[in-house]
Design a protein around this ligand. Structure first.
Ligand code: VAH
Length: 317
């Protein structure tokens, strides 16, 4: 039985439905801070800062795997640094301790390219680059990677991790990230609204399509234990692009799409992140390979969002 913590989030919501498709609705328990009306399967309210509540759900449903997808993201996290640290670390410690004490077979912990900063190569940043995070979120993910490795080395906990690039999907909205512009831009184009971009037009960042990110997660979690050589976190690479490049792609379908570049504090965060990622270890250890480039992402995002808004407008009529 699988427990997804943070199942209402951008990644957690899609991961929950993919895991249900794969393992059956009854074998995947979704959880988050508050009930999810849309959830078609079993749902439990969990505040992951409460270890007893996590333990209660793990025991009740005889959980054997935990995907910990709850965290405060990079941009939002900068509003209240100390509580961001507390929440991101406390929830991870709770998941680690519950897993160790309840014989959880496998744990997934999401890290991020936000762990990189000044001092790492900007292009093709390798797995073993020096970690120098400049956001509290990035610091909590870098520390989290060390804690994940510690619980593997000390207690033998089979915890696995991926450093996600900016994730782009049509199924869910991001919440509080620096890469959120890359999702919002498609919604604005389809709604024929102007788009205010909070990054500079040449701010190239590593991104990944949601379907690739979810497939990577499940492929890592299904890899034979003996193949896993990285117990901090694996780099994975999707496709890198800048705001102006995605605007050019969108304009092939929406020639009049208007964008205003209004860089804010998030540009400062993005400027310290890599422009592209080297994912040699993921390729070697578990055969990772991304399938969606910027053309593919744009085609699918536009098509799916057109359907969504057409359907939505029908509902409103
Ligand atoms: C964020 N979407 O922007 C997340 C992710 C690499 C970016 O960590 O904070």
């Amino acid at each position: 039985k699988i427990l997804v913590i943070g199942a209402n989030g951008q990644l957690g919501s899609v991961l929950t439905s993919e895991l249900r498709n794969k393992f059956g609705d009854e074998n995947v328990i979704a959880s988050d801070l508050k009930g999810s009306e849309g959830s078609k399967g079993k749902f439990e309210v969990i505040d992951a800062t409460d270890i007893h509540r996590i333990e209660e759900v793990v025991t009740k449903h005889k959980i054997t795997q935990i995907y910990h997808l709850a965290a405060i993201l990079s941009a939002k996290g900068e509003e209240t640094p100390l509580s961001t640290w507390d929440i991101n670390m406390k929830t991870l410690f709770n998941v680690l301790e519950v897993s160790r004490n309840n014989n959880i077979d496998r744990v997934f912990f999401p890290s991020s390219i936000a762990v990189f900063g000044e001092g790492a190569p900007l292009n093709n940043t390798p797995d073993d680059a020096y970690l120098n995070p400049a956001t509290v979120y990035g610091m909590s993910k870098a520390a989290g990677e060390n804690w994940a490795q510690y619980y593997f080395l000390r207690y033998g906990l089979d915890i696995r991790s991926i450093r996600y690039p900016g994730v782009i999907g049509y199924q869910s909205l991001p919440g509080g990230g620096t890469t959120d512009y890359a999702v919002d831009i498609y919604h604005k184009a389809v709604l024929k609204e102007d788009f205010d971009c909070f990054l500079k037009e040449d701010a190239t960042l590593p991104m990944i399509f949601m379907d690739d990110a979810i497939r990577a997660t499940i492929e890592l979690m299904e890899a034979p234990k003996e193949n896993i050589t990285v117990r901090t976190s694996y780099n994975i690479s999707g496709i890198s692009f800048s705001p102006s490049e995605v605007v050019d792609e969108i304009r092939k379908l929406y020639p009049d799409f208007k964008v205003n570049y209004k860089p804010d504090f998030r540009q400062e965060i993005a400027s310290r992140w890599p422009k592209s990622i080297d994912d040699a270890a993921a390729k070697k250890d578990w055969g990772w390979k991304s399938q969606f480039n910027l053309d593919d992402i744009t085609e699918v995002m536009i098509q799916k969002l057109q359907e969504k808004y057409r359907k939505g407008s029908r509902n409103k009529e």
